[in-house]
Design a protein around this ligand. Structure first.
Ligand SMILES: N[C@@H](CCC(=O)N[C@@H](CS)C(=O)NCC(=O)O)C(=O)O
Length: 225
């Protein structure tokens, strides 16, 4: 259907997922970095995602697709020659969608809670997050990756955790995955995949941005970093 472009942002885990999906399928694409840090969104982003005005947007032959989970399923359906992300069995597909949604609904807000708070509130958020990560680790059912031997839909959706969590542990001064060996093993397995490594943002740059963001969040909430 034509050219592929990603309107993304280098430090966005949502945008990173879409790049991973394209790389894994072997699809060539152009990446346009949105200047979200200065709240300077391009006219293209506003035109292609008028509802949410957020990245990522996949533009395929001039047709926009928004929302990262929708985009990943779209990529899986369009580029069937590459490795399949979702299983073929309807029940297995439903399970994969369930766990992907679980990370969005439970783990993502949990990480934000730990990252944006301090003291007792942070401790409480960290305990809840650990419980949810433990539950998520149980869904691996002894597999190396959620997709089995290769990366699947859940790995693509949740894989950012492997890069972000250790960084947030350092920045926010909390231990989250220390007692979760299955999650740590999954992090290690995921991060050595070539397509994954190719798209990761530079650690120092991301660390610096996240550290500053935390300081700002704590300052606006009246807390102390
Ligand atoms: N549910 C969306 C979330 C996308 C999202 O939150 N994108 C952020 C960047 S990490 C964004 O574009 N923020 C700009 C804004 O909120 O104005 C998805 O999965 O694609």
């Amino acid at each position: 259907m034509g050219e592929v472009k990603v309107l993304g942002m280098w430090a966005s885990p949502f945008s990173l997922r879409v790049e991973w999906a394209l790389k894994l399928k072997g699809v060539e694409y152009e990446f346009a970095n949105e200047d979200l840090l200065n709240n300077n969104k391009s006219a293209e982003l506003l035109r292609y995602n008028p509802v949410y005005k957020k990245v990522p947007v996949l533009v395929h032959g001039g047709h926009p697709v928004a929302e990262s989970l929708v985009i990943i399923e779209y990529i899986d359906e369009v580029w069937k020659d590459g490795p399949a992300f979702l299983p073929t069995d309807p029940y297995e597909r439903a399970q994969a969608r369930f766990w992907a949604r679980f990370t969005e609904d439970k783990i993502l807000p949990g990480i934000f809670g730990v990252y944006s708070r301090a003291g007792e509130e942070q401790k409480k958020a960290a305990e809840e997050l650990k419980e949810n990560l433990k539950t998520f680790g149980g869904a691996l059912k002894g597999k190396k990756l959620f997709g089995g031997e290769t990366i699947g839909y859940v790995d693509i959706v949740a894989g950012w955790l492997a890069y972000w969590i250790p960084m947030i542990e350092e920045i926010a001064g909390v231990r989250i995955v220390e007692e979760l060996p299955e999650i740590r093993a999954w992090f290690d397995k995921f991060l050595v995949v070539e397509a994954v490594k190719q798209c990761l943002p530079p650690r120092e740059k991301l660390y610096d941005l996240n550290r500053k963001r935390r300081e700002n969040l704590l300052a606006t909430q009246g807390g102390h970093p």
